[in-house]
Design a protein around this ligand. Structure first.
Ligand code: ATP
Length: 423
């Protein structure tokens, strides 16, 4: 019965052709599938891959190192432009360019092996910040090749950053390098009241060189500083100079901006880059005068903005083996909750106030090294009269601005001194 049916169908020319086509199609599909499995098997057995996402601290270093490896073999790069201004008041903003491998596939040879580089980028729907990663693939099974590359990339970055301060800023829940590394701010370029900067240096030095003291007493190895005082008095500048002096980077968060929530702050403070000072600017804005408004619902995507208890929890969670230094700044210490600045959270408070005559003198001689004794005295008298007449105080930022307007000659300083408090 069945053999009759088979004989009938096979003698039918239409059916025979169809079966042939189906057979070829099936064979091709099997071949394709098995070659895919074969490729996967081959990659798993004989190749080793490494993916580095852009939220990893080595991502930038690695990209730069790869672009160096590709300099002769690839012609497809992306440009990274950064505007750089060093801390000298008179310096101009300059653009600086670096080339990194473009999105796509590249190849280079490393220690006799071919390495495939695949750089990808995906647009994140919520944040607007693209997610990027770079994947390296090489023959072999020894992961040492990647450890080697990462270390080379880090060493090259450290060498390039010698004498510079790195500044990290957050994007969503991760930290990213902000602009190009800046030239270290020299300590003597920050002119504070006598002994203030020296006291801070001594305190940080003592903290960094005595981890055992904290371990022996079971105290979290961290130290909190609060610099408070009017705008433009040098709080941020002092912290930049300290970071440069101790060879630390700065991870900075402005709590008065953006969309900070308890969870986000907790997450950010728990993954601050190593050997970095945490700088929380305008700490008073974190919790003061916050009214939860309708539009906040959209801005914070349904999450509650930062609360005082969220801030305290996040600060208490900041622990690190090599010691964490947290600097907070505010123009309004009176607005801070006592819990925020109690010892353990803030161990060292410093008032950075308006200019004293000693500071004015040091700033004048820094800008006009040729100024005579008489000129210095004359200027100090004029400043005293001006501030008395207008019942105003003078900030270092104001004086710096005034000197920059009159940088060619000290004669201009005396001619225009009445404009000083207008700046
Ligand atoms: N004491 C100072 N010595 C030298 N330069 C200073 C001093 N204070 C301010 N400046 C200059 O003024 C500008 C602003 O200073 P800075 O940002 O450090 O002030 P701040 O106290 O942190 O201000 P704010 O409270 O508004 O954040 C910088 O260009 C800095 O170089």
């Amino acid at each position: 019965m069945l053999s009759d049916l088979v004989a009938t169908l096979s003698s039918n020319p239409y059916f025979g052709a169809g079966a042939g086509l189906i057979g070829i199609g099936t064979a091709l599909a099997v071949l394709r599938r098995s070659s895919q499995y074969g490729l996967i098997f081959f990659r798993r057995q004989f190749m080793i891959t490494l993916e580095v996402p852009n939220n990893d601290i080595s991502y930038t270093w690695l990209l730069q190192w790869i672009s160096h490896q590709l300099r002769d073999s690839s012609r497809h790069f992306s440009a990274r432009t950064t505007l750089v201004k060093n801390d000298e008041p008179s310096s101009r903003i300059q653009a600086s360019y670096t080339f990194v491998p473009s999105v796509g596939t590249h190849y280079f040879r490393y220690k006799g092996k071919f390495v495939k580089v695949e750089r990808t980028r995906e647009q994140m729907i919520n944040s607007g910040v693209p997610f990027e990663s770079v994947q390296l693939t090489a023959f072999g099974q020894d992961r040492q090749i990647y450890i080697d590359m990462l270390e080379k990339a880090r060493d090259a970055a450290l060498l390039a950053n010698e004498g510079k301060t790195l500044v990290y800023v957050p994007t969503i829940n991760e930290w990213h390098l902000f602009g190009r590394p800046r030239r270290k701010r020299p300590l003597n370029s920050v002119i504070l009241n006598k002994g203030v900067l020296e006291g801070l240096i001594k305190d940080v030095e003592h903290f960094l060189s005595n981890p055992q003291w904290y371990i022996d007493r079971g105290i979290p190895y961290r130290r909190g500083y609060l610099l408070h005082g009017p705008p433009g008095s040098g709080k941020t500048s002092a912290i930049m100079a300290l970071a440069g002096h101790f060879d630390l980077s700065i991870s900075t968060l402005n709590l008065s901006q953006g969309t900070m929530t308890d969870d986000r702050l907790q997450q950010l403070l728990s993954n601050v880059p190593e050997e970095s000072i945490i700088l929380l600017e305008d700490i008073d804005a974190a919790t003061v005068g916050r009214h939860y408004e309708k539009e906040d619902n959209i801005r914070y995507q349904g999450m509650k903005p930062l609360t005082l208890s969220g801030l305290l929890n996040a600060l208490d969670g900041v622990i690190s083996a090599e010691g964490r230094i947290i600097f907070m700044t505010t123009n309004f210490i009176e607005r801070l909750d006592p819990a925020l600045i109690r010892p353990g959270r803030v161990d060292h408070k410093e008032y950075i106030g308006p200019l004293t005559s000693n500071q004015v003198e040091r700033m004048l001689t820094r800008f006009y090294p040729q100024s005579t004794h008489n000129e210095i005295n004359q200027f100090l008298t004029q400043i005293e009269q001006l501030t008395d007449n207008y019942s105003k105080q003078l900030s270092a930022a104001q004086l710096q601005g005034f000197f920059m307007h009159n940088k060619d000659s000290i004669k201009d300083v005396f001619a225009n001194v009445n404009q000083l408090l207008c700046l």
